[in-house]
Design a protein around this ligand. Sequence first.
Ligand code: UDP
Ligand code: MG
Length: 315
Amino acid sequence: MKLSLVIPCYNEEGNVEKFFSEVNRVFNSKVSDYEFVFINDGSKDKTYQKLKQLYNNHHNESNIQVLTFSRNFGKEAAMYAGLSKAEGDLVCIIDADLQQRPEVVLEMLDVLNSDEELDCVAAYQQSRKESKTLSAFKSAFYKLINKISDVDFVNGASDFRLMKRVMVDAILQMSEFHRFSKGLFSYVGFNTKYIPYEVAQRESGESKWSFSKLFKYALEGIFAFSTAPLKLATFIGIFSSVCSILYLIVVVIQKLAFGIDVPGYATIVVLLLLIGGLLLFCLGIIGEYLSKMYVQVKNRPVYILKEHLKKDNQG
Ligand code: UDP
Ligand code: MG
């Protein structure tokens, strides 16, 4: 069975060669038929040159494909492109920075081969090598999204996973523009086994994930896999209506029974601001969904290929 490695690369000039040689060293005599599908996701450093060199030097003895995007489209788009060009019966998504060791891929292969029923083996980080705040934030995100979405999200599971062809084809059928792989993997179903793995140190360069990027990504996940925020508007509306009716009754009784004129200026200003704020908040939520629909309806491609290097398919 042929194994395809899908490797998204964005500014990974210091890693791609090392990645290539490490995989060859680890796979040597253990995996016989495998291909590399590198996706150069609009890198601004020398990743393209390094990949081209790798291709030119090795494409006769190794199976290498190099996809180059016309600009940076993001890891989600890179994975989608890689999955659609991968030719293996098994496909593994793996980072270029060697944080996800090729040894773990062998482990995944063993697990997958040991049980015919399995369609996918995914790795999850047992212990996170990151700050407590970030860890807490991520756990809170998983709790929230699992509550408000029908799809199961596993805390710590990354995109690092080995899949059978049936599952890859199912994922490719979902050609949506706003991709959130963690959700797509669960959405398509199939028997998945999670195995723990240790994240290694990054070989070279730095992570592209900042806190604000992660936050945006988390929101993306919520908007892509749940419509619960839309219902929030309904609940806020019902709640504030009930409150205002109760308050109205109180005011009428005060006036009629006790003759108290309720001094209202401050209350009115505060309430106006509160209701205005809530209305805008709910409009904003609707806007989020609407903007995503707007982009989706335009039906633009998820990525644009500038070059596809592959044996018998130059250019
Ligand atoms: N990546 C990509 N496009 C992007 C950002 C990242 O293809 O816009 C790739 C990157 O080259 C790496 C993988 O996605 O192979 C994971 O990125 P990174 O190592 O920055 O994330 P982390 O490991 O810190 O979660
Ligand atoms: Mg990394």
